[in-house]
Design a protein around this ligand. Structure first.
Ligand code: SF4
Length: 274
């Protein structure tokens, strides 16, 4: 597997570059990991208060009721703290420690978005948290050691990558792009053609979901902004999605750009050519 950002199994002697990349990856994870710890602590404290307060009155209904209520709260706290703990350990060790896929699903679909929501309430920067979430998601996918045949992999692009004044309708058929070089769609189309990977452009979440239903890939390399990647990864679960951020030199949703090398690295890491 090619050495990549945050790749803890990299066996290349890539020295300083790899160390710097790994350091950058860790720093991107840090805000979310700190928040995870905080949310875990708050949740445990909240669960204790919820158990303790009514337990005083519950015994009036039945003497064993506080005991059963306490057990239920303990089970809930155990599941949530285990999910948070396994997530943190998976991210730190670089290995998939989620023995139960359902627990991983609970973490990605509910726990991680809840952590972002709590972070936003705490007035932390939403973009930074979402970036951290995407990075953690990529690491979770990476820890599963996936190798997917090219025919089962897909690159999904947002419509805003296309030059706004381009008259060609690339949604539906990217091959219509004449590779004029004014935007990155042409290079991405060429990369997808060389690797025999499906490439699609979606105008929004609904079309993206429809494309996934039709094409049924086993791995998606999705390019989008922080917000769309966060919701897309959640919606697509259990389908593994590697998120790649676009850049917005002219503002959001307009003539956005992509680092082609990041997409190429994702294909190198997870797609097997046939
Ligand atoms: S590269 Fe393709 S999509 Fe982009 S502006 Fe040129 S023709 Fe249009």
């Amino acid at each position: 597997m090619a050495g990549k950002v945050g790749d803890k199994t990299c066996n290349k002697a890539c020295g300083e570059t790899c160390a710097k990349a790994s350091e950058k990856a860790s720093s991107q994870q840090r805000p979310f990991l700190i928040l995870l710890t905080l949310v875990g602590g708050l949740f445990a404290a909240g669960a204790f208060v919820i158990w303790w307060l009514p337990s005083v009155g519950l015994s009036a209904i039945h003497p064993r009721l506080p005991y059963w209520f306490g057990l239920a709260m303990l089970a809930l706290v155990t599941v949530v703290i285990s999910g948070l703990g396994l997530l943190a350990l998976t991210l730190v060790s670089g290995r998939d420690l989620f023995i139960f896929p359902r627990l991983r699903g609970l973490v990605i679909k509910y726990l991680m978005p809840a952590v972002i929501a709590i972070g936003t309430v705490m007035r932390l920067d939403r973009d930074t948290l979402q970036r951290s979430f995407i990075h953690l998601n990529n690491q979770l996918v990476h820890s599963r050691n996936l190798r997917v045949p090219a025919a089962k992999a897909m690159i999904l692009l947002p419509h805003c990558l296309q030059m706004a004044d381009c008259a060609i309708k690339v949604t539906g058929d990217v091959e219509k792009c004449v590779r004029c070089g004014r935007c990155d769609i042409g290079d991405l189309a060429e990369l997808a053609r060389q690797r025999n990977v499906t490439l699609a452009v979606a105008t929004g979440g609904t079309l993206a979901r429809k494309l996934l239903m039709e094409i049924r890939p086993r791995l998606v390399v999705a390019v989008a902004c922080e917000r769309d990647l966060t919701s897309g990864i959640r919606d697509a679960y259990p389908l593994p999605v590697i998120g790649v951020f676009n850049s917005r030199p002219e503002g959001p949703c307009f003539n956005t750009r992509i680092d082609l090398e990041a997409v190429r690295q994702a294909l190198d890491a997870y797609v097997v050519s046939e």
